[in-house]
Write a protein that binds this ligand. Structure first.
Ligand code: GAR
Length: 196
């Protein structure tokens, strides 16, 4: 099996959807859930599922991203992952870190990239009057929320949607999209998954 490390910062619902998909004849298995936040709700969900967890807090490093990443690398390299999935991991990674894992690191982002890189994507899509929104899984490159697109799921924006209701609708699709992309990617297939 391909070994998959998953990086989280929060509730970890995408991590759970990935972990729960890696059974049976799936070509990959989880090897580590790593968080920059000791309070991340996802850590307990991973431990419940028998997956090794680790925490590297970014805060003691202040703004020194290279020093933080040197620590982050330790448990990550020990786990010997073939694939790294960022799943609600809310730290920006340096080009140095990214280049170590280039071609085998994936991210999920809550917008139809290349639209709305960065934060507050749901509010920005509503404010722009967009008819649709969604989520994207892409290969991670040095540029933020950039890199080859491996899959997208589209969601219609309703006239009464708020950032919160839209976030919930998009998250449901994230939970379908990310596992579908990971399975295909783990088989060596980079053709994009387009949902629904
Ligand atoms: C998800 O919506 C994910 O797309 C987003 O954070 C949420 C994490 O939820 N990621 C980003 O905004 C990355 N910049 P989860 O912890 O329940 O998976």
């Amino acid at each position: 099996h391909k070994r998959v490390a998953i990086l989280i910062s929060g509730g970890g619902s995408n991590m759970v959807s990935l972990v729960d998909s890696m059974t049976g004849d799936h070509p990959a298995r989880p090897c580590l859930v790593l968080s920059n936040n000791a309070d991340a709700g996802g850590l307990a969900k991973a431990a419940d599922r028998g997956i090794a967890t680790a925490v590297v807090d970014h805060r003691p490093f202040g703004g020194d991203r290279a020093a933080f990443e040197a620590e982050l690398c330790k448990p990550l390299l020990e786990a010997k992952p073939d694939i790294i999935c960022l799943a609600g991991f809310m730290r920006v990674l340096t080009g140095d870190f990214v280049s170590r894992f280039q071609g085998r690191m994936l991210n999920i982002h809550p917008s139809l990239l290349p639209k709305y890189k960065g934060l507050n994507t749901h509010a920005r899509a509503i404010a722009a009057g967009d008819a649709e929104h969604g989520c994207t899984v892409h290969e991670v490159t040095a540029a933020l929320d950039d890199g080859p697109i491996l899959g997208q799921a589209r969601v219609k924006i309703a006239p009464n949607d708020t950032p919160e209701t839209l976030a919930r609708k998009v998250l449901e699709w994230e939970h379908k999209l990310y596992p579908a992309v990971l399975e295909r990617f783990a088989r060596g297939d980079k053709a994009p998954v387009m949902l629904p």
